[in-house]
Design a protein around this ligand. Sequence first.
Ligand code: AMP
Ligand code: MN
Ligand code: MN
Ligand code: MN
Length: 286
Amino acid sequence: MKPDLHTHSTASDGTLSPTELVTLADSCGVDLLALTDHDTVGGVAEAAAAAASFGIPFVPGVEVSTLWHHHSIHIVGLGVNYTDGVLDSAFARVGSQRLARGVEIGRKLEALGFPGAYEGALRFAKNPGSLSRMHFARWMKLNRYVPNVQDAFDKYLGDGCPAFVETVWPTVGEGIRIIRSAGGIPVLAHPGRYKLEPEHPLSSLVELFVSEGGRGIEVCSGSQSPDTERSIEAFARRHGLFASVGSDFHSLSGHRPRPGDLHPLPEGLDPVWRHIPGLSESFRSA
Ligand code: AMP
Ligand code: MN
Ligand code: MN
Ligand code: MN
């Protein structure tokens, strides 16, 4: 199998439309695909239609932004109902929060010597309510203020950096409840990427996630170092969490893997696709 259960489109901060993303995934041999845009299911209907035309089994998904001890923690929801409006109302506030935060990020960048960032970043956002730090990073790269997007995060936009503006995202528990209210499976995204302090270690985050009703964890992720996988695998086993796999694909430029370009899950873990509602019977034993 070549599953990829974490990808982005222009509905949030990816650079490919949902149809372009599915077309690329098909050409990469992906045989189970989820679209998981940040705090929106706006691209899911288009992706589902494209996946149907290619015959790729498709999982409607989302990536919910949450906040835990001043860290942005992401929770992927797999198999969400995207047609009944439950998620649209859950995310109603997020668009205006993102725009208000964008104005503040713009002010901070201006003070650092980069004027016009808010307007510049907005031009990269197809859906303004999904304005993301990623759009600011792309604007900084376009203007040659940084050599690459990662540098923009490392120097200016990453959590705690000089142009970082904290947003009051939902709590981890609220994020899990949003996903469960839409019938989805909550999966802790790229746990190996969070730069947590010793007072708030990953083990505490995973315990909270489980106690609040989280069900899965990304063991293989394009946005965490492969060195972290062994410890994440151990968390999956200890807590009986379903194991997920996702490239976190955003764009063809950059260092992250292409859709589906991940190594297989370690033996003996319980793959999350066996539990996703709506997938055909063949995935229950895959
Ligand atoms: P936002 O939702 O606007 O806070 O931005 C989140 C986006 O920024 C996601 O696409 C992440 O992949 C990206 N991101 C956040 N922190 C980092 C980081 N330290 N390095 C690279 N990308 C990051
Ligand atoms: Mn993103
Ligand atoms: Mn994420
Ligand atoms: Mn992501």
